[in-house]
Each structure stands twice: as structure tokens, then as C-alpha cells.
Design a protein around this ligand. Structure first.
Ligand SMILES: Cc1cc2nc3c(=O)[nH]c(=O)nc-3n(C[C@H](O)[C@H](O)[C@H](O)COP(=O)(O)O)c2cc1C
Length: 346
């Protein structure tokens, strides 16, 4: 499976192409649009979210709502497509791609960096993930993304108060979200090559989300503080359930393979780097001290990042699923899956 996205933050729109989707999958556009809406929600989001009402159009790969096995192309048009007239940006924001991108590509306007580095591109990611979720649902897999903490606060009230405090201080705040997947069959991913390990692929996918700076699988960094006897998940068998565990510290993955338990991964998002009280920076033309640029921006986007997290996890699981069960037609894939599940149950 190959996936590409394209589009600038204030360009005409965002495009996603999924090459390698099997034929025969019923794609519900309303579901894709609901996922796009979820990405735009959450307390602490900026004004852009009030301007854009993301909806996807499907340009190719579908007939009568069913995939053809040809590349699926989705387009999300931008309402604010002012890229040609927007002002020049000259003071790079610490924590953003601005300075490194400017130097790397030889630009004189930071806008040429931030238009693509902006997390607006995650709308395209979410549209791909929505297709992944539609696929995974056919096999009874479900993905959610609870927010675990905001600025260290773990209760709902605490999290809301922390975001309000950030708003009042003209500051920003990050946090941790979890992505949980239920219904995952044993056997996705493999230990036979490093790049086929499911934990490695999920970590890489989560780390690809702008602003994500830490990823844990299951107990994650908590493993480092305990004895082996306290953390590994004991194995049991019952006729009803087959093999099962009394705990799930492994987060559903052992040896780079799904073990049949829920997949549980966590990601930490840093505070948004565009600050209304900007940090020290420089004017890139004069090299003189200047305050960092202020763009229209979120105060906290952890909840939305969780929705993007669901999307990239769905994408990876769809990929490894197709690698295991075949990739051409849904009916062949279902037959292979059912045959496999029967063998595992036996
Ligand atoms: C859903 C989402 C929304 C974001 N919104 C903003 C934003 O409004 N302003 C901003 O400066 N960064 C925002 N970010 C984070 C930046 O895109 C990110 O910090 C930047 O691209 C630099 O990449 P890095 O943090 O991975 O190094 C957002 C990230 C996500 C996932």
C-alpha cells in the first residue's frame, strides 16, 4: 500500500491518494466527514477551525460507493485559500519547522515553509485513516483515543482548567493521548525483520504527527521501574476465549506481533509552538533580534492529535492486515481471514 498526501495550509486544498486498497470495500463518505469534523473539535482550538468545515470529495477509485482496487483520491478544499496574498513571515518560531526549513530549502519567506509544515495537512491524514477505520470495521476492529492528561492534569476538570489557564496566560499547553484498538487478531506484524515489527511501525506512524515527541507501547517507560515478575502478562487458556491474559502491559504487542489483546499506545504532544507572547527570535533578513512570528493558532490540540493518532494507527493496521490476508478483493481477504481465525481457535 502506498499513501501520499499533498496540499498547503492556505492553498486550494488537501489531497490524499491511497494506492493498494482492495476492491469491494463499501466506503461511507459521511463517516469520513464525521472523522474530519472530530479532528476540528476540542477546547483550545484556534480561529481557523471556525473558518474551515472540512468535507472530503472522492475523485477516483470508487463506483457506486464501492472501491475498484484503483487508487482512491480524496480532496478536502480549503475555504481560506489566501496563500498568494498572505504576508511574509520573517521571524522563525522556536519549536516550529520555520528556521530549519528556511535554511534547508533556501527560502527568504518562512511562509514557504509553514504552509506545508502546518498541521493542516493532518486533515488529509485523517481522511486516509477514516478509510482505514472503515476497512478495519469489516473485521470488527474499533479505534478510540481518550485524552490521558493535559499539562500534567489527569481529571476532566483539571484538563479544562489547564487549557483555560493557558488561554489566560496567552500561552499553550500539551498533553498525552492514548490510542486503543479492540478486536485485533493475533499475528499482525512480525519479528522476522526490524521494519516489519508492528510496534516499530506504530511508533513511527505516531511520531510522524506534527508535535508528537514521545510514544509508549503498553506500559512503555513504566517498564523501567518494575521487576519482570510484576509486568509481564501471564498466559491462560479457556475453551471459550482460547489463550488470553490477565493483564495487558504489553499493549497487545509481543515480539513485534499483535498478541490478540487490545492494542494500547500513548503519545505525548508538546505545547503548540506559536505563542501569543512570542519568544526571542531573529529577523532573518536583518539578523537583528525580533520576537517570533504570531500566526492564527491553537492553544491546545491534544484531543485533535488523538484523532490523527487514531488515523495513523488505522493506516498501519490496514497495511499489516493486507500484508497478511491478501490485498486485491474484500471477498478473498475475508475468506483468508475467516480461515485463519478458525485455525487459531482450533
Ligand atoms: C492537530 C494538530 C494541530 C496543531 N495546531 C498547531 C497550531 O495551531 N499552531 C502551531 O504552531 N502548531 C500546531 N501544531 C503543531 C505543529 O504542527 C508542529 O509543532 C510543527 O509542525 C513542528 O513540528 P514538530 O513539533 O514535530 O517538531 C498542531 C499539531 C497537530 C497534530
Amino acid at each position: 500500500m502506498r499513501i501520499l498526501t499533498a496540499g498547503e495550509s492556505h492553498g486550494k486544498g488537501l489531497i490524499a491518494i491511497i494506492d493498494g486498497l482492495p476492491a469491494g470495500l463499501k466506503v461511507n463518505l459521511d463517516f469520513i466527514n464525521t472523522e474530519l469534523k472530530r479532528r476540528q473539535m476540542g477546547f483550545g482550538r484556534g480561529k481557523r477551525m471556525q473558518i474551515e468545515h472540512d468535507t472530503a470529495q472522492i475523485l477516483s477509485g470508487l463506483k457506486a460507493g464501492i472501491t475498484l482496487g484503483s487508487p482512491l483520491t480524496m480532496l478536502i478544499e480549503n475555504k481560506d485559500c489566501s496563500i498568494e496574498t498572505l504576508h511574509k513571515v520573517v521571524a522563525p518560531r522556536p519549536g516550529h519547522a520555520d528556521l530549519a526549513g528556511l535554511l534547508k530549502y533556501g527560502f527568504s519567506d518562512i511562509r514557504d515553509v509553514l504552509e506545508r509544515a502546518s498541521a493542516r495537512s493532518t486533515a488529509a491524514t485523517v481522511s486516509v485513516g477514516a478509510v482505514g477505520k472503515i476497512f478495519l470495521r469489516e473485521f470488527r476492529m474499533n479505534i478510540t483515543s481518550p485524552v490521558i492528561s493535559i499539562g500534567g492534569e489527569v481529571t476532566h476538570e483539571g484538563k479544562v482548567a489547564k487549557i483555560s489557564e493557558a488561554i489566560n496566560r496567552k500561552d499553550t499547553v500539551g498533553g498525552i493521548f492514548e490510542v486503543r484498538v479492540s478486536g485485533v487478531p493475533v499475528g499482525l506484524g512480525s519479528y522476522v525483520q526490524p521494519d516489519r515489527r508492528l510496534d516499530a511501525r506504530l511508533s513511527g506512524a505516531l511520531m510522524s504527527i506534527p508535535g508528537i515527541k514521545g510514544v509508549e507501547i503498553g506500559l512503555g517507560f513504566g517498564y523501567a521501574q518494575r521487576f519482570g515478575s510484576e509486568v509481564h502478562d501471564p498466559i491462560y487458556y479457556s475453551k471459550n476465549k482460547g489463550t488470553y491474559r490477565s493483564t495487558n502491559n504489553a499493549g497487545g504487542i509481543e515480539g513485534g506481533i499483535s498478541n490478540g489483546e487490545d492494542i494500547v499506545v500513548r503519545a505525548c504532544m508538546k505545547p503548540i509552538s506559536t505563542l501569543l507572547n512570542p519568544l526571542d527570535s531573529i529577523n532573518i533578513a536583518s539578523r537583528k533580534p525580533a520576537k517570533a512570528a504570531i500566526e492564527r493558532s491553537d492553544i491546545c490540540a491534544v484531543e485533535s492529535a488523538g484523532v490523527v493518532g487514531e488515523a495513523v494507527v488505522a493506516q498501519v493496521l490496514m497495511e499489516v492486515f493486507l500484508e497478511k490476508f491478501g490485498a486485491d478483493s474484500m471477498s478473498d481477504i475475508k475468506a483468508a481471514y475467516n480461515h485463519y481465525i478458525k485455525r487459531i481457535k482450533k
